[in-house]
Design a protein around this ligand. Structure first.
Ligand code: UD1
Length: 387
């Protein structure tokens, strides 16, 4: 059997790592081998957004890099389709495996389907019901076209059934990101906070006290933010920055690994100096997987608009404020036993929930099949698929 797996952006890398390892294990123990080709669309291309993850998670170099890079959504999707079609025509795989909800997921599922190649979507069935989110469009189209839909939880199974997807195409396998978390948490735990901060602090922040981490870890909040809905409008980003610099930093320091999109926008809105000049905000480059995991294990509170971090907070028990009005991952919300609460981007709501969340302690949770064995169930479902 020949399989092409596709990755494009940062959140794909931690999902593909355990799947590739699983193929390796299968090939060692089986006579009938899986021929696997890894394609990177090149949507994320910075060393810190891409190569650092391949290295840290021992992902083999992509066999093919489409070199797509930045651009509008139509440019990224269109250029990926044109380049990926050539790859499919040359290699004629039996399956194309797409992950998550990034532009590569959409582009490659459509291209494969038009060439009558079977598509498997890992992390199928998530729905935010918010079609203004580019990722929601990617999820809807990919799930509509996929032959095999592998879901992380039962809520996603229900979503697919409501949309009329036949049972025979849906398989509940669990959360593949948690395979990566489980196999890397002990390594992450050994990292020194001191090293993480010193190795990643963005230059020109001489006002930060780096000795703070020398002997013990101070209480800190951890922030990540990159969604266009939060960072592309000054009237939304400005008040969030005010809240961070005037309120959160009164209680504790804030560590903020900055996504390239966010850095660009802060500079465009003249907010970069505000955060940089604040002695209590530590601005870091994007971190590698283990570094981010270590910070998540140690943080008092997470503020994020990332979907993956909501999931990791649930398993690690880190109290989390999700800076969004909705989530495609409701299983991570406190009302479903998770660690996170939706706060949108309205400051009084963020403030209220922040105050309540500071009273909470770590409380790790493990939804069904978030057990580190999802990649095994994924490969099994693909190998045994029949309609
Ligand atoms: C993408 C995904 C999103 C995911 C996020 C995590 C889509 C639609 N969105 O959003 O689901 O949560 O990645 O990171 O696929 N840039 C760099 N270097 C890079 C990559 C990007 O400087 O290595 C810059 C680009 O120039 C661009 C901006 O960052 O202006 C945003 O990148 P883009 O790929 O458009 O989407 P993300 O916001 O990263």
């Amino acid at each position: 059997m020949k399989i092409i797996s596709v990755v494009g952006a940062r959140p794909n890398f931690m999902k593909i790592a355990p799947f590739i390892k699983e193929i390796g294990r299968y090939n060692e123990n089986s006579d009938c081998k899986v021929d696997h080709i890894l394609v990177h669309t090149g949507q994320h291309y910075d060393d810190r957004m891409s190569k650092a993850f391949f290295r840290a998670l021992n992902i083999p170099n992509a066999d093919i890099n489409l070199g797509i890079g930045s651009g509008s959504h139509a440019e990224q999707v269109g250029n990926t389709m044109i380049a990926f079609e050539k790859v499919l025509l040359e290699h004629e795989p039996d399956w194309v495996i797409v992950l998550g909800d990034v532009n590569a997921t959409l582009a490659c599922s459509v291209t494969a389907k038009k060439l009558h190649i079977k598509v498997c979507h890992i992390e199928a069935g998530l729905r935010s019901e918010d079609e203004r989110m580019p990722e929601e469009i990617n999820r809807l189209v990919t799930d509509r076209l996929s032959d095999l839909l592998l879901t992380p939880d039962m809520l996603s199974v229900e979503n697919l059934k409501k949309e009329g997807v036949p049972d025979s195409r849906i398989k509940f396998v669990g959360n593949i990101m948690i395979d990566t978390l489980e196999s890397n948490r002990s390594q992450a735990a050994t990292l020194s906070m001191n090293d993480i901060i010193k190795n990643n602090i963005i230059g020109d922040q001489n006002n930060k006290d780096l000795k703070l981490f020398d002997d013990q870890t101070p209480t800190f909040s951890l922030m990540t933010m990159h969604r266009p809905s939060n960072v592309d409008h000054r009237e939304i980003l400005g008040p969030i920055i005010d809240f961070l610099s005037n309120e959160v930093t009164k209680d504790m320091i804030l560590i903020w690994p900055i996504h390239p999109r966010t850095q660009k926008q802060l500079k465009a809105f003249d907010l970069w100096d505000v955060v940089k000049n604040n002695k209590r905000i530590y601005l870091l480059h994007p971190l590698n997987y283990h570094e981010m995991l270590k910070l998540n294990m140690e943080a008092k509170i997470m503020l994020t608009d990332s979907g993956g971090l909501q999931e990791e907070c649930t398993v690690l028990g880190t109290p989390c404020l999700t800076l969004r009005w909705n989530t495609e991952r409701p299983i991570t919300l406190r009302e479903h036993g998770g660690a996170s609460v939706l706060v949108g981007n309205n400051i009084s709501q963020i403030r209220n929930e922040y105050i309540e969340t500071l009273k909470l302690h770590r409380s790790p949770e493990r939804p069904k099949f978030w057990d580190g064995k999802t990649s095994y169930r994924c490969l099994n479902a693909i190998l045994n698929f029949s309609l």
